[in-house]
Design a protein around this ligand. Structure first.
Ligand SMILES: NC(=O)c1ccc[n+]([C@@H]2O[C@H](COP(=O)([O-])OP(=O)(O)OC[C@H]3O[C@@H](n4cnc5c(N)ncnc54)[C@H](O)[C@@H]3O)[C@@H](O)[C@H]2O)c1
Length: 364
């Protein structure tokens, strides 16, 4: 059983996202129908390789003369120029041709890194994304953003490059550590806030029943989340309009991540806290959103912000350095009501301060 979402892009490189359990046969059918069977390149996260390589290798060996596998060390540090160069060497040494496919199997790190390799080698070779984290299934594998980090900042080198297909096989999630599940939760909660509030109820049931060991039950929530991202992205492929709604909570989150040196708080934790700020700011501007929508998820997060609470003076300057800033106003994604987002330039420092106080009160 699987679900398919069709993604239309402006470049006519339309593709499908397939979501379900045990999709490797399905993936192989797709590969055999479209690409050279002489060789296939697999760029895979180290942990995923450890837990799942037997299954992956077996299914590909049956269909391809050569399966060339590059294992990427786990972690954000791999989104580097060094890893990029090393994978480019590997791919070129493998004798890649224009119809040799690259499989990117892993979380957002491998998806972004291998995606950028695929975008740039021979000016573009076919990329198939196989996301293996919750976050990658609902967010990073969708939308065509690829790239690596630079010492000046995250994701500063990259390009928009659409995959030929995405296969989100939830069987991979069986080995996903709990903290990575929680990391992905925040983006699903965000989709519930900006687009489909019923998703919060469905997600609430899954987490309440502690269904983290039962990924099959997550197919519906992942499918709905992916569909929301697809919808926003295809209405606005290169950002500027409705795609900005995906940044709900993120302007606050970037400050939290930065003050924690990208170490103390995960992106998901920072986004979860950031959404409280965005709700408060929305309400100060006239909305009436009950934060009971967010609170039921709080027990699944085990962080507090006491380590950054005394750095209150740095919040606004750091928000002003966010790349979403326009004309020295802070650009926030807010809600008129649940599922009714808008973008607003804020020049009212008081409102920003109030919203930060609200965040800190909840996570002290
Ligand atoms: N391209 C985009 O649009 C976009 C959007 C959001 C985030 N991102 C990027 O995504 C990255 C974060 O992605 P992520 O949260 O998936 O992190 P990640 O890729 O680092 O994966 C998180 C951890 O989970 C492990 N892992 C992955 N799959 C596993 C599995 N099935 N079983 C066991 N362990 C597994 C990895 O080894 C790693 O330790 C960041 O670099 C971020 O910039 C990109």
């Amino acid at each position: 059983m699987f679900n398919k979402i069709s993604v239309q892009t402006t470049t006519k490189d339309d593709y499908f996202i397939t979501i379900g359990e045990n999709l490797l046969d399905e993936l192989n059918h797709f590969l055999l129908a479209h690409y050279s069977t002489e060789k296939i390149i697999v760029i895979i996260d180290q942990q995923v390789h450890l837990f799942h390589n037997d299954r992956i290798d077996q299914s590909l060996q049956d269909n391809f003369a050569k399966v060339l596998t590059y294992v990427v060390p786990s972690g954000e540090a791999s989104k580097s120029l060094d890893q990029y160069c090393s994978i480019v060497d590997f791919v070129l040494n493998a004798g890649v041709e224009r119809n040799t496919a690259i499989l990117a199997i892993g979380g957002g790190v491998v998806g972004d890194l291998a995606g950028y390799v695929a975008a740039t080698v021979l000016r573009g070779i076919p990329l198939i994304q196989v996301p293996t984290t919750l976050l990658a299934m609902v967010d990073s594998s969708i939308g065509g953003k690829t790239g690596i980090n630079h010492s000046k900042g995250k994701n500063l080198i990259g390009s928009f490059y659409q995959p030929k297909a995405v296969y989100a096989d939830v069987s991979f999630l069986k080995t996903l550590p709990k903290k990575e599940w929680v990391n992905g939760l925040s983006e699903i909660i965000k989709y519930g806030m900006i687009e489909t509030p019923e998703l919060l109820d469905e997600l609430g049931e899954l987490v309440k029943q502690d269904d983290f060991d039962n990924p099959g039950k997550w197919v519906s929530v992942i499918q709905k989340s992916a569909a929301i991202k697809v919808n926003l992205v295809q209405r606005d492929v290169k950002e500027g309009g409705v795609r900005a709604y995906l940044n709900f909570g993120h302007t606050y989150a970037h400050v939290i991540e930065r003050l924690g040196d990208y170490d103390s708080f995960s992106h998901g934790e920072a986004v979860f806290a950031g959404m409280f700020g965005a709700v408060k700011a929305s309400n100060l501007l006239g909305a009436e959103i009950n934060d009971d929508k967010l609170k039921p998820f709080k027990p699944y997060y085990s962080f507090n912000l006491s380590s950054i609470a005394d750095r209150f003076d740095e919040f606004i300057p750091l928000m002003l350095r966010d790349k979403k800033v326009k004309d020295s106003n802070i650009r926030l994604v807010l809600l008129n009501a649940m599922a009714d987002p808008y973008v607003k330039m804020i020049d009212n420092e008081n409102l920003i301060h109030e919203s930060w106080k609200y965040i800190l009160d909840h996570f002290n």
